[in-house]
Design a protein around this ligand. Structure first.
Ligand SMILES: [Mn+2]
Length: 484
C-alpha cells in the first residue's frame, strides 16, 4: 500500500493542498496516542527511554556542536537538491517526528526536495501515514517486513532529487548540516559523505556531541568501530581542523550520495535481510570501485545510540546469508579493485590476522583488556579499560604458541606462581614464551609451568602466572578465535 501525495512538493508555492507546515502539525495528538502508560517500562518498545523522548518538543533547540571555523564559512547556494530517505520499523513517534522536523527546520528549503519515509511494516500503519500530512513528506509502506537494505532502495528509487540523503529514524540534524555535505558531492559525484555523528543520550535524550578526531573502521568480527586518527593524520589536520576526513568505513545510517552514482554502483544487495553489514559492504564497494568516503566535520547530526536492537530478526539473526554470485559479477563489470588493495591503501593501519594466528585482537577480561601500558622489552604488562582501537591492546596467539604484540612476546621469566610476566623479543623454541588456551579457550596456560595468566596483581606491579583456578582473574577471551 502506498500513501503519498501525487505531486512533488516542488510545484507548490507555499504548502501543497492537503498538507500542513511542520509548525502546524499537531505534535500532542500524534505523540499522545502512543505514550508510555504508568507502570509500563519506558525502554520496552524502543530500547531507549521513550518517556524522555516524548517530553521533548519536536523542534527543541540543540547545542551547535560545530568547530568555530564552521560558523564563519559561507556555503554555496547553488547546490543540488536532495531527497531525504528515512526508513523505520516501529520507531517511537516522538523520535521519528523530531527527525523529520529537524530536517525541515535545519535545511535551506530549496535543498530538500522531499522527505521519503519508508515504513518497513510497522505494527501501526498510522505511525508513518499521519506524518504524510507534513509538507514535503511522502510515505511508502512495505506490505511485509523487508529490512533496511530493500527499504532504502525502495526509498531511493522513489526519490526525485539528484542527491540522496539517508538518515536513521532517531536523529536530530544540527545547524547547516546539509550544505557542507552537498557541496562535497556536487564537486565530485564519486564522493560519499557523512556528518560527524553526535551522541544523543538514550536515557535522558541530552544532545551530547562527539569527538572530532575519529574515523570509521571495523574489526575482524566484521563489526563497525570508531578509530582514532593516526598521529600522522592528526598532524596533517592541525592547519585545517575542519578539512574532510577520509574514512575507511561509514557508520551506516547517515550518509549523502549522488543518486546516479548510487545506482551505478549497484545500490544495495537486494538479497541482504534486516540489518547489519550493509555499511561495511557499501564502504568496501565505494572504495574498491573508484569512489571515496569522507566525514565532513562541519556537518553534525545527532543520533540516539542504543545498546540493543529494539526489533526482531525474522528467522533469527543467524539466517541472514544469501548467494553473492550476482554481486561478484557486478564487481567484475565495474572493474573494482580487490579487497587487498583496500586493506593496503585505504586502511593500512588495520592489522590483518595472518595464517600463523590462532586467536587475534584484544584479550578481554570483562571490560578490561591486556595492555602493554606502552612498555617495551623487559617491561611488565597490565590491564586497562578496553578501547577497541587496537594499539597497545592488540595481541595474537600464534600456531607456535606465542602470545604476541608486534614482535614482543609474553614471557615467563621465573616459573613459580606469583612471578611477573615480562615482554621480551619473540624467540623461536623458547619454552618461556609458549602458551595454550584451555577450558574452551577461556584461559591461557603457560606450557612449561602449567601456571595460568592472572590479573590479581595487575594494580601492584603487573600480570603474573598463578596456579590455575576458577578465579575470574584468569578468564581471558580473544576478540576473534580461529580455534573452536
Ligand atoms: Mn540508529
Amino acid at each position: 500500500m502506498d500513501i503519498y501525495w501525487p505531486y512533488s512538493s516542488y510545484v507548490c508555492v507555499f504548502v501543497c493542498p492537503g498538507k500542513v507546515r511542520w509548525q502546524d502539525f499537531d505534535q500532542d495528538l500524534y505523540v499522545g496516542a502512543t505514550v508510555v502508560r504508568p507502570g509500563q517500562d519506558p525502554y520496552a518498545r524502543n530500547k531507549f527511554n521513550q518517556v524522555e523522548s516524548d517530553k521533548l518538543r519536536m523542534d527543541r533547540a540543540v547545542p551547535d556542536t560545530r568547530h568555530d571555523h564552521c560558523r564563519h564559512k559561507q556555503w554555496k547556494s547553488d547546490l543540488p537538491a536532495s531527497s531525504v530517505v528515512i526508513t523505520f520499523h516501529n520507531e517511537a513517534r516522538s523520535a521519528l517526528l523530531r527527525t523529520v522536523v529537524s530536517v525541515l527546520k535545519k535545511s535551506p528549503p530549496h535543498l530538500v526536495r522531499e522527505i521519503i519515509l519508508v515504513d518497513d511494516y510497522s505494527d501501526n500503519p498510522e505511525d508513518g501515514a499521519l506524518l504524510g500530512k507534513i509538507e514535503k513528506v511522502r510515505v511508502l509502506r512495505n506490505d511485509r517486513r523487508e529490512g533496511l537494505m530493500r527499504s532504502r532502495v525502495r526509498g531511493a528509487d522513489a526519490a526525485t532529487a539528484p542527491v540522496l540523503t539517508f538518515l536513521d529514524s532517531h536523529c536530530e540534524c544540527n545547524d547547516h548540516w546539509l550544505e557542507p555535505l552537498l557541496e562535497r558531492v556536487a564537486e565530485d559525484k564519486t564522493r560519499v559523505v557523512s556528518p560527524i555523528i553526535d551522541v544523543i543520550n538514550m536515557d535522558n535524550f541530552q544532545y551530547v556531541g562527539a569527538s572530532a578526531d575519529l574515523k570509521g573502521g571495523f574489526d575482524w568480527n566484521l563489526v563497525f568501530k570508531w578509530d582514532y586518527m593516526t598521529l600522522e593524520q592528526r598532524r596533517a589536520r592541525q592547519g585545517n581542523p575542519i578539512a574532510p576526513i577520509k574514512t575507511p568505513m561509514i557508520a551506516g545510517g547517515l550518509f549523502v550520495m549522488d543518486k546516479e552514482y548510487f545506482e551505478q554502483l549497484g545500490k544495495y544487495d537486494m538479497m541482504m535481510d534486516v540489518w547489519g553489514g550493509e555499511n561495511l559492504e557499501i564502504s568496501f564497494r565505494v572504495w574498491q570501485c573508484g569512489g571515496s568516503l569522507e566525514i565532513i566535520p562541519c556537518s553534525r547530526v545527532g543520533h540516539v545510540f542504543r545498546k540493543q536492537h529494539p526489533y526482531t530478526f525474522p528467522g533469527g539473526s543467524g539466517t541472514v546469508f544469501a548467494s553473492i554470485q550476482s554481486r561478484l559479477e557486478m564487481k567484475k563489470r565495474l572493474g573494482c579493485k580487490p579487497f587487498k588493495w583496500y586493506l593496503e591503501n585505504v586502511y593500512p593501519e588495520l592489522r590483518v590476522p595472518d595464517h600463523q594466528d590462532i586467536a587475534f585482537g584484544a584479550l578481554q577480561q570483562g571490560g578490561n583488556c591486556l595492555d602493554t601500558l606502552g612498555h617495551f622489552a623487559d617491561g611488565v604488562v597490565g590491564v586497562y579499560e578496553c578501547h577497541n582501537a587496537g594499539g597497545n591492546q592488540e595481541w595474537a596467539l600464534t600456531k607456535d604458541k606465542s602470545v604476541k604484540h608486534m614482535d614482543l612476546c609474553l614471557t615467563v621469566v621465573d616459573r613459580t606462581s606469583g612471578s611477573l610476566i615480562k615482554l621480551q623479543g619473540c624467540r623461536e623454541n623458547d619454552s618461556r614464551q609458549k602458551w595454550e588456551q584451555i577450558e574452551s579457550n577461556s584461559k591461557l596456560r603457560h606450557v612449561g609451568s602449567n601456571l595460568c595468566l592472572d590479573s590479581r596483581s595487575a594494580r601492584m606491579g603487573g600480570l603474573t602466572v598463578e596456579v590455575c583456578s576458577p578465579s575470574l582473574n584468569q578468564q581471558w577471551k580473544f576478540t576473534l578465535n580461529l580455534q573452536s
